[in-house]
Design a protein around this ligand. Structure first.
Ligand SMILES: [Zn+2]
Length: 210
């Protein structure tokens, strides 16, 4: 390992989770454990961050299977019902020539959730095993994962638009399938997993060596 890393913890300080102000631990102990600038509660690290992120990620990875295996929606038209999984829906959109919507659904429903789960597993594993490899890149990966997380609800939005469009035609009825519930759970659980992961853990081992 090269480089000389200084962390807030190695300086006996803590950074405010809201405004980033660096506060010395001696000051913190002598006051109310709140940020003097923005009044947020101070904590050196999120409580049980690793364990909670592990649990949420495992749950998300398990639910990802039914989300893709079970139908996401059932369409009943002229007494004939067709069910579609996420991939089935994408293929159908491609066949009907709606490339743009197919691409959006594929990226938002397949690529983004897999990327988030894999990236978070990678971050949790490297922190768990005290890997000191490329801390800055891992911190950037975390920020990117958090950023795309804000957009992952776009597919639920897409599904509701599709349902509304079909219902407007009034000759067909659409129902959300078991896959949709599992999929919504995957999206929500990965959002929580990203929130419970404490990116400051990435720097802990490096700070100790200073
Ligand atoms: Zn603050």
């Amino acid at each position: 390992m090269t480089g000389h890393y200084v962390t807030a913890r190695s300086m006996d300080a803590v950074s405010c989770p809201t405004c980033g102000l660096l506060i010395s631990n001696s000051y913190r102990r002598s006051t109310s454990n709140r940020c003097p600038r923005c009044d947020s509660e101070l904590s050196s690290r999120k409580r049980n961050s690793l364990k909670r992120t592990w649990a949420l990620l495992i749950a998300a990875a398990i639910l990802y299977v039914p989300a893709n295996v079970y139908p996401i929606l059932t369409l009943v038209s002229f007494g004939k019902s067709t069910t579609n999984t996420i991939m089935g829906g994408v293929i159908e959109l491609v066949h009907s020539g709606q490339w743009t919507i197919a691409a959006i659904v594929f990226i938002a429903s397949v690529i983004v959730p897999i990327f988030k789960i894999v990236a978070l597993f990678f971050l949790v594993i490297t922190v768990q095993f005290n890997v000191t490899w490329h801390p800055r890149n891992r911190a950037l990966l975390y920020r990117f994962t958090e950023f795309i997380g804000r957009w992952s609800m776009i597919d639920i939005f897409m599904i509701s638009i599709l349902i509304a469009l079909v219902k407007l035609q009034a000759i067909a009825t659409v129902e959300a399938g078991a896959g949709a519930i599992a999929f919504a759970a995957v999206v929500i659980i990965t959002m929580f997993a990203a929130m419970t992961f404490d990116p400051r853990l990435i720097w802990d081992k490096l700070g100790e060596k200073v």
